[in-house]
Every structure is written in C-alpha cells, then in structure tokens.
Design a protein around this ligand. Structure first.
Ligand SMILES: C[S@@+](CC[C@H](N)C(=O)[O-])C[C@H]1O[C@@H](n2cnc3c(N)ncnc32)[C@H](O)[C@@H]1O
Length: 205
C-alpha cells in the first residue's frame, strides 16, 4: 500500500467512524421527544411524506408506523445503510439524493402532503437554501405542510454549519406564499450546551 492509498483509507475510516457516532446520536432521542410541540399538526389520515435529510430514519420509521407512506432522502451512504438496517420492515423508500436539487423526485407529478426538514437547514448556504425552497415548494401538494426544525447554538468542532435564524427562515418561506402556522423553541434533548431548536410549521394554501 503506498502512502496516498493509506491516507485515503484512513480518511474513509475516519468518515465512517464519525457517521457511526452520528447515527448513535440521532437514535438516542425519539420522534415524539423531538417533535412533541408539533405532533398535533401532523396529518391524521395516511399521506405521502417526504423526510429530507432523514439521517438514520428515526422520524421516517415513526411516521410510517403512523400509517404514512414515507420517502426518506439521505445523501450520506453510511447513515442511509444504518437506517435501512435499523428500520427494516417499515414502509420507507430510501433515496440517495440531496438538496437543493433533489433531482430524483417529482417524476409523474409526484407530490407530498408533508415535507419534513429536521436539523438539516443549517447545512445549506444562503443560495442553496433559496434554491432548495423552490424545489420543496414544487414537491409540496396544495394544502400540504412543511415542518422545519432549525438548530441554533455553537457549531461542533470540525463540522461546517451555517447560522440560520427562525426569523430569516419564516421570511424566506413566507415569500413563496406558505403560511406560518406554528413557531416554538425547545431545549436540546441531548443536553448540549447552548443548543436550542426552533420548530416552524408552514401550510401551502
Ligand atoms: C443532523 S442530521 C439530522 C438527521 C435527521 N433528520 C434527524 O433529525 O435525526 C442532518 C442530516 O442532513 C443530511 N444532509 C446534509 N446536507 C444535506 C443536503 N444538502 N440535502 C439533504 N440532506 C442533507 C445529513 O446527511 C444528515 O443526515
């Protein structure tokens, strides 16, 4: 093995280890804990749900148990495969794709009644957020809802995250004609110092 191959293998191992740690973290809290302030806003009849940046599928699995048909979009292969193994048997279609384009969705006028973006928005820069929202709007059924959970607080060492405020997001999403129907804040369920979460729910007229 030459030096470059050894280095690239070490890097791959590092990424794999980091994703395994993240996977453990995402599954340490439950869907009900994360979304407790907005549970009453979820559809009561079975609908088509799009969970973008689904991580290990904690939320996708819970929503499929509620009877919904869920597409879980997750660009990180390691997280997707953990999710597929952990939640096998659930009615979840896993898709390898990413915002802002989400090219693989929306064929044959496929639309969703609920789109969830939980702890994802801070990974997109301003341009990407703008373009992502246009795409999400295209994929959202009239009368459908968009649920967002935004992280606020210090960025963990070694990770890239953008600061995204609730006010800026409300303004961006409202500019596409979606109506804000809920806004709240909650402490970090994992107790991380200085981290709080903003819950936003919007409805498409
Ligand atoms: C903090 S995790 C949250 C995972 C899950 N939603 C949860 O709450 O457990 C953020 C997720 O967003 C995904 N992600 C990052 N950039 C993305 C993008 N551009 N499009 C879609 N997903 C993205 C990451 O791979 C990761 O799984």
């Amino acid at each position: 093995m030459n030096g470059r191959t050894a280095k690239s293998k070490a890097k791959q191992r590092e990424v794999r280890d980091e994703n395994e740690n993240l996977a453990r973290l995402y599954e340490q809290v439950t869907f009900e804990e994360v979304h407790r302030q907005v549970l009453h806003l979820l559809p009561t009849e079975p609908v088509r749900v799009l969970d973008i940046g689904a991580g290990t599928g904690r939320d996708a699995a819970a929503m499929s148990l509620l009877g919904h048909s869920v597409i879980a979009v997750e660009p990180a292969e390691e997280l997707r495969s953990v999710g597929q193994r952990a939640h096998t048997g659930h009615n979840i279609d896993w898709v390898d794709d990413a915002l802002p384009e989400l090219r693989s969705l929306g064929r044959q006028n496929e639309r969703f009644q609920l789109v969830m973006l939980t702890a994802v928005w801070m990974f997109l820069n301003e341009d990407q957020r703008h373009n992502a929202l246009i795409r999400i709007d295209e994929l959202l059924e009239d009368g459908g809802r968009l649920g967002m959970v935004l992280r606020a607080g210090p960025v963990p060492a070694g990770r890239v995250m953008y600061t995204v405020s609730a006010a800026e997001t409300v303004s961006l999403v409202s500019s596409r004609g979606l109506r804000l129907i809920h806004q709240s804040q909650q402490a970090d369920a994992l107790g991380r110092d200085g981290v709080v979460w903003n819950n936003l729910f919007f409805e498409k007229p």
